[in-house]
Design a protein around this ligand. Structure first.
Ligand code: HEC
Ligand code: HEC
Length: 199
């Protein structure tokens, strides 16, 4: 019993320490929102994605296989100049990249509250299950697939990421490309409604 008590105390203390995040992670929160749950539709929610996906994304910016889009800061000192993910990642050590990925992976994903076209949801669900489910499991909520969480992600951000994939500025998985190339715009609109509907 005594050992259990000491153990519990140790856990409690740890929780208190974990609450003070290092400065380089606080900078992320100034755009991605409290614990990575972004309240702004241009900035993706990164809480709860897999550590592998987050880390791979950060290295993709560093290695120039993914474009960094200039963004303003949404919290904290708002007078800071706009910056982009590449510039941010370049200032981090590999160890800090891993640490940031682990921090955000431990947080809870909370779906964006946003409007969507209810009439398109059913078609979106069908298109998803035929074309996307294989790598974006459980209706796009899967963390274990290491391919990002689509369900509940901000629609404007998903649009931006598809634009980058299509124009080739963001490297796309070859098998995903095959599915995406076949998508009609109406099917893409339906997918967006389906993802946004999962709140
Ligand atoms: C100035 C605002 C800003 C700051 C600071 C910032 N980000 Fe971002 N981040 C963005 C925006 C905007 C995007 C989406 C556009 C893009 O890809 O450039 C993004 C994209 C990402 C993505 C890709 C998510 C996905 O679903 O593909 C990850 C991961 C990420 N950021 C992690 C971080 C981490 C970790 C930090 C801190 C070290 C950080 N960001 C700091 C604005 C910011
Ligand atoms: C063969 C596997 C595969 C298939 C099929 C697939 N994807 Fe992906 N997708 C991935 C992987 C892996 C990633 C993460 C890679 C990266 O970040 O560049 C990804 C990333 C994404 C992203 C970016 C998420 C983010 O947070 O940045 C979107 C959007 C996306 N996929 C949409 C789709 C849609 C829509 C379909 C169906 C039409 C689809 N994918 C089918 C493997 C797949």
């Amino acid at each position: 019993m005594k050992t259990l008590l000491i153990f519990l105390l140790a856990v409690a203390t740890n929780v208190t320490y974990a609450a003070s995040t290092p400065d380089f992670i606080n900078t992320c929160l100034d755009c991605h929102g409290p614990k990575g749950v972004s309240g702004h539709s241009e900035v993706p929610i990164i809480a709860g994605a897999s550590a592998y996906f987050i880390e791979a994304s950060l290295f993709a910016y560093k290695d120039d296989i993914r474009p960094g889009v200039k963004s303003k800061f949404y919290y904290g000192d708002l007078k800071r100049q706009k910056t982009d993910m590449k510039a941010i990642v370049e200032k981090l050590s590999d160890q800090q990249i891993t640490e940031a990925a682990n921090y955000f992976a431990k947080q809870t994903f909370i779906s964006a509250k946003q409007p969507f076209d209810n009439k398109l949801v059913k078609l979106g669900k069908k298109v998803h299950s035929i074309r996307c489910e294989k790598c974006h499991g459980d209706g796009g909520t899967s963390v274990d697939d290491d391919s990002g969480i689509l369900a509940g992600q901000w629609t404007p951000y998903l649009k931006l990421s598809m634009k980058h994939f299509k124009e080739g500025t963001r490297e796309m998985d070859k098998k995903m490309k095959k599915k995406v190339d076949k998508l009609k715009d109406s099917q893409w609109q339906a997918l967006l409604a389906y993802y946004a509907s999962q709140q």
